[in-house]
Ligand binder design. Structure first.
Ligand SMILES: *Cc1c(COP(=O)(O)O)cnc(C)c1O
Length: 434
């Protein structure tokens, strides 16, 4: 019981992804074509996604085999990832609770995002696609997809929101080292970008504009497809390698989490972490774990949003998705946790919150950086500003357990490190955060 970290061998890596769709308590409302108001079909998605991913998006199979080449790439970039016990944080809090964290920061891109980027690059390569296009804000997703494309010899074109392109050069440099073309968005390479630049040549850009540019490139170029890093069913499914490994690690030390926690932007690291355990509950096998989604007060989709159909993007180019949303025109406050500034949430996570299977809590930016500082000082690892939300919730659970004298087992997903996001910590240390 003295464990600090729980490791897995290569042959213990998951060989299949877990698809939660067949286990959902209600049928998932389908994406809707905004023009016809009819559910969209595979033919609507075929111009921008490869067939295998379209199939996975609607699959009712509980498990889908992970191709050998993808398993090998997972191994190369750091899977299986360790599960750590936060003994020094527990001690600092004086709590009887045990806190564990799953280390997704160890991947080459510094976050969980390669788990889907690698799978998506692989299927595109298999279907003869030569180039992927995508958007990125601060660059986490662009970096992960660039890595995936580099490993499977695909070209990659990234539209990076201009303010980030100008102010956060480091991830752009990594993307370029991987061989990607990185454009500041709005760019003069697409109709969508040019029309914005005509009105305002100094437009700072937005994720919505970058999405429109990336989709236009995929839709208008032969052998080019588009790739999305969160929200969609197949993306969350690829991330379930995280939760499956964690369950195996907890089984090894004969421990069961009372609560599993993750931060939620679009919902991919949270879904990937909790779905395998939540599936056990949905199938009536085990009901001992609570599931807690954590979001910023500045973008409170699950805690303050409405459950309804809305566009996935600001520019209203995507199908309508049934989800908790703040409205596609919602402008979140400019918090440092850029990955959590999405107006909606994955339809699966949204449905499971509506049915009461997932709880949600929101924290302000200052308290999350405070949690990040304590975690760094005690555990020695700098969490990403997004991840600090999960850290804060874990600390609050541990303090609640202390108050009640409970030996609670708390597990959270350490979705990424913050070594390329130090501006937020700098503002925090200088007292510039409100
Ligand atoms: C992108 C990102 C997130 C948010 O995205 P999800 O799809 O909600 O997981 C969280 N943490 C890190 C480190 C990220 O890079």
């Amino acid at each position: 019981m003295d464990e600090v970290k729980v490791l897995l061998d290569m042959d213990e890596m998951p060989r299949r992804w877990y698809n939660i769709l067949p286990d959902l308590p209600e049928q998932l409302p389908p994406p809707i074509n905004p023009a016809t108001k009819e559910p969209i079909g595979p033919e609507d998605l075929a111009p921008i996604f490869p067939m295998e991913l379209i199939k996975q998006e609607v699959s009712q199979e509980r498990y889908i085999d992970i191709p050998e080449e993808v398993v090998e790439a997972y191994y190369r970039i750091g899977r299986p990832t360790p599960l750590y016990r936060a003994r020094r944080l527990e001690k600092a809090l004086g709590t009887p609770a045990r806190i564990y964290y799953k280390r997704e920061d160890v991947s080459f891109a510094g976050s969980h995002k390669p788990n889907t980027a690698i799978a998506q690059a692989y299927y595109n390569m298999k279907e003869g696609v030569e180039k992927l296009s995508t958007e990125t804000g601060a660059g986490q997703w662009g970096t992960a997809l660039s890595l995936g494309c580099a490993l499977f010899d695909l070209a990659c074109e990234v539209f990076m929101v201009r303010v980030s392109y100008d102010q956060k050069p480091y991830r752009r440099i990594i993307m370029e080292l991987y061989g990607s073309t990185v454009n500041a968005s709005p760019s003069d390479k697409t109709n969508a970008g040019r029309s914005v630049l005509e009105k305002d040549p100094n437009h700072p850009g937005s994720l919505g504009i970058a999405i429109s540019e990336a989709i236009e490139v995929a839709a208008t170029n032969e052998n080019t497809k588009y790739s999305l890093g969160s929200v969609l069913n197949h993306v969350l499914m690829h991330q379930t390698v995280v939760g499956q490994e964690a369950l195996l690690q907890f089984d090894k030390i004969d421990v069961k989490p009372d609560v599993m926690i993750g931060c939620v932007g679009g919902g991919s690291n949270f879904g990937g972490f909790i779905f395998p355990a939540l599936g056990r509950r949905l199938r009536g096998e085990d009901n001992s774990t609570r599931f807690l989604a954590v979001e910023p007060v500045g973008c409170p989709t699950l805690t303050k949003g409405e459950y309804r159909y809305d566009f996935g993007d600001t520019a209203m180019t995507t199908p309508l998705l049934m989800m908790y949303t703040l409205g596609h025109d919602f402008v979140p406050s400019p918090i440092h946790a850029g990955g959590l500034r999405y107006h909606g949430d994955a339809p699966t996570v949204s449905l499971l919150h509506k049915t009461g299977d997932i709880d949600a809590v929101a924290y302000d930016q200052l308290s999350t950086f405070e949690a990040g500082r304590l975690f760094t000082k005690t555990e020695g690892l700098v969490p990403a500003p997004e991840t600090c939300h999960a850290v804060k919730a874990a600390i609050d659970e541990a303090l609640d357990a202390k108050k009640k004298g409970e030996e609670r087992v708390i597990a959270f997903n350490l979705s990424g490190h913050g070594l390329l996001d130090l501006k937020g910590y700098a503002d925090f240390l200088a007292g510039r955060l409100k």
